[in-house]
Design a protein around this ligand. Structure first.
Ligand code: GLU
Length: 441
């Protein structure tokens, strides 16, 4: 019965939310919404030192930013502590656990694992999983200081909360064999498990902060859109089975299926995420783009109004070329500030050639002579110049672009010049030519 499916995201807040963790939340959410079940949020706050109010708030902010709405109240693990300890006592009474002094202040409670046979289960992603009982060991469920251990708290909460499916990272596979025994000992139905493949770097090693941005907050700061990050992370270990990649939430919910989840490691590819983000930015309503764009300009100390005016036309050029909002200031600074930096590579490749200063002066003269400073007139003039010189259009377009913007890429060149306006274009072409002659570039 679909209605009775209950899943949970059970993070242990530490302050920053790793993409691997939030990917687990996304898969839980997609599955719950797909089957019309319940998606619970359980904060595993047993580690009191790390689970500070700030860490919990950071987690909730992240959930909200990604629109991962949960059902019901937030469940806090520490609120169940008395229950966890009662059950440990019960396991002791029934001889399923024993006390032992492991060198701490007091005695620990240790759960007995079977000594023979196999523990097995069907993983929705990994298939049949098994482990010989003799390869497992008894484990601590209550520490010598009287605090319940993760395994006990996690399993008991899943029982109390009626969790039917446990969807989490495959770093928990080993724990699952322990947990299954706890479920059995407590006479509770064993939930279905889906262990999601590890997220790896280019070398196939677990993706960590050493490989680049690894926390949700970092992607937010870099100017990724939550829907794009959600979409990309949903595809780390799952694919709809056709060619679709950019998908709406509704499409993802409709298509989600464990049968299409992969067990092999999922490679984190920043280039692909960046591409996907660009797709989302391009599809945003202009007003949304504008608000985010303006915030980035302001944060970079740039004015809202472009030097050459034509703000609406400029935004129309910039939006489809924006990959992440973090790139906004650098990608269009020259439209807003007279002083713009020159990209060294672009200068070396496009401006240091012989005859470039003279060429820029010629272009300036041609632009100055135009009766109307329009995109079409500029294009005709530059084309005419290229023909007269017997060179390809690129021989002019690239140096002009670098001269007026300092960069190798940007909106269409003729649109760029028009947006800058005639005076500024002439000044920049001649100014760059002069700097090149002086060896100042
Ligand atoms: N708090 C655990 C974690 O964040 C929970 C794992 C689970 O989903 O059972 O890894």
């Amino acid at each position: 019965m679909a209605e009775s499916i209950r899943v949970r995201f059970a993070p242990s807040p530490t302050g920053k939310v790793h993409i691997g963790n939030i990917r687990a939340a996304i898969f839980n959410w997609l599955y719950a919404r797909h089957v019309g079940g319940q998606f619970l949020l359980r904060v595993e706050d047993t580690d009191l030192e790390r689970s500070t109010p700030e860490a919990i708030q950071a987690l909730l902010d992240c959930m909200k930013w990604l629109r991962l709405d949960w059902d019901g109240e937030i469940l806090y693990q520490t609120s169940q502590r008395a229950h966890h300890l009662e059950v440990a006592e019960e396991l002791l009474r029934r001889g399923l656990a024993y006390r032992e002094n492991k060198g701490g202040a007091g005695e620990c409670v240790i759960f007995r694992m079977p000594k023979e046979g196999v523990i097995e289960y069907d993983d929705l992603v990994k298939g049949r999983m098994r482990k010989k009982a003799k390869d497992t060991q008894d484990f601590v469920i209550v520490r010598s200081d009287g605090s319940p251990v993760f395994h006990l708290a996690n399993v008991l909460d899943d029982i109390t909360q009626g969790v039917t499916h446990i969807i989490r990272g495959d770093d928990h596979v080993e724990n699952t064999f322990k947990h299954i025994q706890l479920f059995k000992a407590l006479g509770a139905p064993i939930p279905r498990y889906a262990h999601l493949p590890m997220i790896v770097n280019n070398q196939g090693k677990p993706y960590s902060k050493r490989d680049g941005s690894a926390f949700v907050g970092e992607f937010r700061e870099l100017g990724f859109l939550p829907d794009a990050l959600f979409n990309y992370l949903a595809l780390l270990g799952w694919a709809p089975g056709d060619d679709r990649e950019v998908m709406t939430r509704e499409e993802m919910v409709a298509a989600f299926d464990f049968a299409k989840c992969k067990a092999s490691p999922a490679r984190f590819d920043l280039r692909k995420l960046t591409w996907m983000n660009g797709e989302y930015v391009a599809r945003q309503p202009r007003a949304d783009f504008e608000a985010a764009f303006d915030a980035r300009l302001a944060a970079a100390g740039l004015p809202a109004e472009p030097l050459g005016g034509h703000r609406a036309e400029l935004l129309a050029e910039i939006q489809p070329r924006t990959k992440t909002y973090g790139d906004v200031p650098d990608n269009c600074r020259w439209f807003f500030a007279e002083d713009y930096p020159f990209d060294e590579k672009a200068v070396a490749k496009r401006l240091r050639g012989e005859g470039v200063p003279a060429l820029l002066d010629e272009v300036a003269a041609a632009a100055e002579a135009l009766p109307d400073f329009t995109v079409a007139a500029l294009e005709a003039a530059v084309r005419g110049l290229a023909e007269a010189k017997g060179v390809g259009l690129g021989a002019l377009v690239h140096p002009i672009r670098v001269a007026v913007s300092g960069r190798a890429e940007g909106p269409g060149l003729f649109e760029t010049l028009w947006l800058l306006g005639r005076e500024r274009t002439l000044r920049r072409l001649r100014g760059t030519a002069a700097k090149l002659r002086e060896g100042a570039l």
